[in-house]
Design a protein around this ligand. Structure first.
Ligand SMILES: NC(=O)c1ccc[n+]([C@@H]2O[C@H](COP(=O)([O-])OP(=O)(O)OC[C@H]3O[C@@H](n4cnc5c(N)ncnc54)[C@H](OP(=O)(O)O)[C@@H]3O)[C@@H](O)[C@H]2O)c1
Length: 260
C-alpha cells in the first residue's frame, strides 16, 4: 500500500515541526513545506532517520500568489496522496495597522488567508472524494477578541477560525476531520527576540512549550473537534480577555505605555 502523507506548512519550526513529529510517530510520511531550503533538507534527513518514514520537502514562499496551486501540483507530480493537511506557516509583527509595512501586511493576508484557504480547497476536494482526510489549521486565541497592536494578525486568525469551523461542518458529512487549533503564547521562533523574551515567558509559565500545543491539536483533529484552545493558563487568559470590556483596554492604552 502507498504511504499516507501528512503535508505540514511551516513544518520546519515550532508548532508545525512538533505536529509533523507527532504524525511521523503515528507512521505518516511527511511533506514539509516552508521557505528555507537548507533547514528543510537537514530536518528531512533527521526526521526520516528518527521515525523511519519517507520525508519530502518543498521550499516555497507561501506568501505569494498561486503558492497553493504550486504546492498542489508538486504533490501531484510526486504521486503524493495527502491524507493530512496542516496549515501552520505564519508570521507575526506588532504595531498599529496604519504603521504597517505594506508588503509585510499583504504577505500576511496572502499567507494566513489566501494560501491557507486555497490549500484547504485543493486538497480538501480530493479528501471529500476519498471520504477520508484531516485538515488542521493553526489559528490563535487572538481570533476571539479585537486586540490593539496586532490588527493584521488577529483579523487573519479570526478568518482562519471562522473558515475552519465552516469547513468542519461541511466536511463532517464526508468523514473528513477539520479542526482549528487556537494556541495562546507559545515558546517558538515566531516572536522577535528583541521584543519578546521567550525564555522568560516559559519560566513564568505564560508561554506553552510547542510540543504540548501540537499534542492538543493532533488529539483534537483525530477526535474531529471543530476547535481547540490548548492549556489551562491559555484558557484562563482567554476568559480574562473576553471578560475585559473594550473601554478598559482603551483606558489602559490612553493612560499607560502598555498595549501600545
Ligand atoms: N508562537 C505563538 O505564540 C503562537 C500563538 C498562536 C498561534 N501561532 C501560530 O502558529 C503557527 C506556527 O507558528 P510558530 O509559533 O510555530 O512559529 P515559527 O516557529 O516561527 O514557525 C513558523 C513557520 O512558518 C514558516 N513560514 C513563515 N512564513 C513563511 C512563508 N512566507 N512561506 C513558507 N513558510 C513560511 C516558517 O518557515 P521558515 O522557518 O523556513 O521561515 C516556519 O516553519 C503560526 O501560524 C502562528 O501564527 C503561534
Amino acid at each position: 500500500m502507498d504511504k499516507k502523507y501528512a503535508l505540514v506548512t511551516g513544518g520546519s519550526s515550532g508548532i508545525g515541526l512538533e505536529i509533523a513529529m507527532l504524525l511521523a510517530q503515528r507512521g505518516y510520511a511527511l511533506l514539509l513545506v516552508s521557505n528555507e531550503e537548507k533547514k528543510l533538507h537537514q530536518l528531512a534527513a533527521t526526521l526520516a532517520k528518527q521515525f523511519n518514514v519517507p520525508v519530502k520537502t518543498l521550499c516555497i514562499n507561501l506568501a505569494q500568489t498561486h503558492a497553493a496551486e504550486q504546492v498542489y501540483e508538486f504533490a501531484a507530480n510526486e504521486g503524493i496522496e495527502v491524507e493530512i493537511l496542516v496549515n501552520s506557516a505564519g508570521f507575526f509583527f506588532f504595531g498599529q495597522a496604519v504603521d504597517a509595512d505594506i508588503e509585510k501586511a499583504k504577505a500576511k493576508i496572502q499567507l494566513h488567508v489566501l494560501t491557507l484557504s486555497m490549500l484547504c480547497t485543493l486538497f480538501g476536494k480530493d479528501m471529500r472524494q476519498r471520504k477520508r482526510g484531516f485538515i488542521l489549521n493553526i489559528s490563535s486565541i487572538s481570533a476571539f477578541k479585537d486586540f490593539p497592536g496586532i490588527a493584521y494578525y488577529g483579523a487573519s486568525k479570526s478568518y482562519i477560525k471562522s473558515f475552519t469551523r465552516s469547513l468542519h461542518t461541511e466536511m463532517k458529512l464526508y468523514n473528513v476531520h477539520v479542526t482549528a487549533l487556537c494556541p495562546g503564547a507559545t515558546a517558538t521562533n515566531l516572536y522577535d527576540p528583541n521584543v519578546i523574551d521567550v525564555e522568560l515567558g516559559k519560566k513564568l509559565g505564560v508561554m506553552m512549550p510547542p510540543h504540548k500545543v501540537a499534542k492538543a491539536g493532533v488529539e483534537a483533529l483525530f477526535k474531529n473537534k471543530p476547535e481547540v484552545v490548548p492549556g489551562v493558563v491559555t484558557k484562563l487568559m482567554l476568559y480574562a480577555a473576553l471578560l475585559t470590556p473594550q473601554w478598559v483596554i482603551y483606558q489602559i492604552r490612553k493612560h499607560t505605555k502598555w498595549l501600545n
